[in-house]
Design a protein around this ligand. Structure first.
Ligand code: SIN
Length: 547
């Protein structure tokens, strides 16, 4: 397969970038399940942007920086926040129906979430992601230059010798597409430009708000290809995931707290005041840690989020999905509190990019949750992720338009077909399934909301053994999508653990009981793969942001 642009992933970043890249050339989007199986589609809260006269870029930037715990790149924060209103206008232009409110100066109904000092979250009630995905897919599916191919999982990036205008690499290699599983075969998808938009890593943990696709495929492929990654220790845990035996990942949006919901323990006592003067509207790291502490101390299974003091008609109108889903499980949220627990939600680190979304590998861009742009730092401000995705999709496409005259006539390259050697069929699926469970438990128990050096070391030893076993299966047996994903979550787990071991302080989402304070030196964990014989480890490229 050949195209001008290969986009891996069909969430907001991939689809909005596809629409802009299609102005230059042909676009193939591959997605490993159905086109709507994305984190975007599950997003409830909305998109943060400065839309009101009473709000300001300075205020949104200040909130983002303060939430990011000293690790945000200030220039990036400013450029993203400044572009917010224009990118929301782009979404409206393609048909996204944000809820309006004629009483506000912007005309939008704006929600409030933790860490924001203003109401600035444009939403479509609690179905914002679904509405954005619907509008983008409608445009993409009707575009003559864009093809979306479902049920195809990328395995590895296609790296070839060659140059890319304005982009240097130490090893003279560039990315020219990807190896992709098509049924049981592995095919080469060649492209002038490859854009990773494959989302996050939530499936590394036992409990997550993420959809099943969130296995860190893009990050794992980029790391194997030699890309620089950053800040992988910063995994955001959402404080309020529905706790119910028949639900595995249903989020209770932070917007519910934004509308006044109170966190209570099993006896009905509100507890957030003990932890932060902003109470329920403190940032997510603080709220998730508070809940974790309450649960560890009380031995209870969950805490309770109570919005029942608000008018029932308002609650049903503002949170229709949450209301209906909870009612299905026997909980009437207009009358009783919702049982909730924290769950892995968002990877703040990722493939390091510059301000145009370019990675350290020529020809390879990373956008959305796969990328680490410098916006989120050590803790992402709520609803800044959809914003980052659309801003960087736009910047990457504009950068491609600038260099397009230099790359558009390049010839395709003769590429070696995928070699499966003398691999056999996997006879026992248990070899794979057991390790899925083992990894997710190790990560939840040893590398979760509160960490210790001892638990991190134990996790490393266990994960190294599991990783070795999976790598052996990968070479011995014919690969399957399940095996590809397992290999990726094993690698991502190791990267999270090794990055966490580098950070001997507590900062943002990384809380270490051995070092409860922030260090005076503020640094990002910037690293890439270092190969030593048959083995690899992470090579930390020390980068001081500030001292
Ligand atoms: C939520 O609705 O709470 C999720 C919003 C986000 O993760 O930014």
């Amino acid at each position: 397969m050949e195209s001008d642009f290969l986009i891996i992933g069909s969430g907001i970043a991939g689809l909005s970038c596809a629409l802009k890249c299609a102005e230059m050339g042909s676009v193939i989007i591959i997605t490993k399940k159905k086109d709507i199986d994305t984190a975007t589609n599950l997003a409830q809260g909305g998109i943060a942007a400065v839309l009101e006269k009473e709000d300001s870029v300075n205020s949104h930037a200040r909130d983002t920086l303060s939430c990011g715990a000293g690790l945000c790149d200030e220039d990036v924060v400013r450029l993203v926040v400044e572009a917010g209103a224009d990118r929301v206008a782009d979404l409206v232009e393609i048909g996204v129906g944000f809820v309006s409110d004629e009483k506000t100066s912007s005309g939008y109904s704006l929600g409030r979430e933790g860490g924001h000092t203003h109401r600035r979250v444009a939403h479509a009630y609690d179905l914002t992601g679904r509405e954005i995905e619907r509008a983008l897919l409608e445009k993409v599916n009707n575009h003559s230059r864009i093809s979306i191919i479902e049920e195809q999982i990328a395995i590895d990036l296609l790296m070839v010798e060659g140059e890319f205008p304005g982009w240097d690499a130490d090893d003279g290699l560039k990315c020219a597409g990807a190896y992709v599983m098509v049924g049981e075969q592995v095919e080469v998808y060649q492209a002038r430009v490859t854009i990773l938009c494959s989302g996050g890593v939530g499936k590394v943990y036992l409990y997550t708000t993420n959809p099943d696709i969130a296995t860190g495929d893009g990050l794992a492929m980029a790391f194997r290809a030699g890309a620089v990654l950053e800040n992988m220790e910063f995994v955001q845990f959402h404080p309020t995931c529905l706790y119910h035996s028949q639900e595995k990942n249903f989020l209770i949006s932070e917007a519910v707290r934004g509308e006044g919901a109170i966190l209570r323990d099993a006896s009905g006592t509100a507890f957030m005041e003990k932890y932060d003067k902003r109470k329920e509207l403190a940032t997510r790291d603080t709220v998730a840690r508070a809940i974790d502490k309450e649960l560890k101390e009380s031995g209870e299974d969950c805490v309770y989020l109570d919005i029942s003091q608000r008018d029932a008609a308002f609650v049903k109108k503002r949170f229709p999905t949450i209301y209906k889903r909870c009612l299905l499980r026997g909980i009437d949220i207009t009358k009783e509190a919702i049982p909730v627990v924290p769950a892995a939600h968002y990877m703040c680190g990722g493939v390091k990019t510059d301000t145009e979304g370019r990675t350290s590998i020529p020809g390879l861009f990373a956008l959305g949750e796969s990328a680490c742009t410098g916006l989120h730092g050590g803790n992402r401000l709520a609803s800044n992720s959809l914003l980052e995705a659309v801003v960087y999709a736009d910047r990457a496409a504009k950068y491609c338009a600038k260099i397009w005259p230099m790359i558009k006539d390049g010839q395709s390259i003769a590429v070696d077909a995928w070699q499966s050697g003398d691999a056999n069929d996997l006879e026992e699926e248990i070899l794979i399934n057991h390790n899925w469970d083992a990894i997710r438990r190790v990560m939840w128990n040893y590398v979760g909301i509160v960490r210790s050096l001892k638990r991190l070391e134990l996790a490393k030893v266990r994960m190294e053994a599991i990783f070795k076993e999976i790598d052996q299966h990968y070479h011995d047996y014919h690969i399957t999508p399940n095996m590809v994903e397992l290999r990726n979550i094993a690698l991502i787990s190791l990267l999270i653990i090794q990055s966490a071991q580098q950070r001997k302080e507590s900062r943002g989402l990384h809380y270490l009981i051995d070092h409860k304070e922030k260090s005076d030196v503020i640094r990002s964990t910037v690293f890439r793969k270092k190969i030593d014989g048959e083995k690899w480890e992470i090579e930390v490229l020390e980068e001081k942001n500030n001292e």
